[in-house]
Design a protein around this ligand. Sequence first.
Ligand SMILES: [Ca+2]
Ligand SMILES: [Ca+2]
Ligand SMILES: [Ca+2]
Length: 133
Amino acid sequence: METTVKNVLIGASAAALLVFAPMTSAKAEMSDLEVIFIEADKDGDRTLNKGEVLLVAITQFNLTDSDRDNMLEMQEVGELASDPEFSDNDANKDGALSIEEVITEKLADFDAADTNSDGMLSFEEVKNSYEIE
Ligand SMILES: [Ca+2]
Ligand SMILES: [Ca+2]
Ligand SMILES: [Ca+2]
């Protein structure tokens, strides 16, 4: 009897670990995109809303902006600077991306990826938009 209870408890805590630590235990079976998706999905509803997408974008922006001037200069983005998307996103053509330019671009990406226009991105929608790019 006691061992049964123990086994149930061990089973339950293992399940809890899987829920709370998907990065460590389940990472090997997930694609990078799934890992990014799950990390971005802060409320865990399996869809990304605009707030969640922008939070990722702003976090990435701050990580990339090494001189903290709220602009991404070419030297900060590395090889991405030669990507046509960089100059595309640089709306005022000053050779750097401001946070406003990044947000505008992310919202446009969001609307383009949201193929059923429900204001949320499902994993399928995110995956499809990556495959198009
Ligand atoms: Ca969500
Ligand atoms: Ca900067
Ligand atoms: Ca959608």
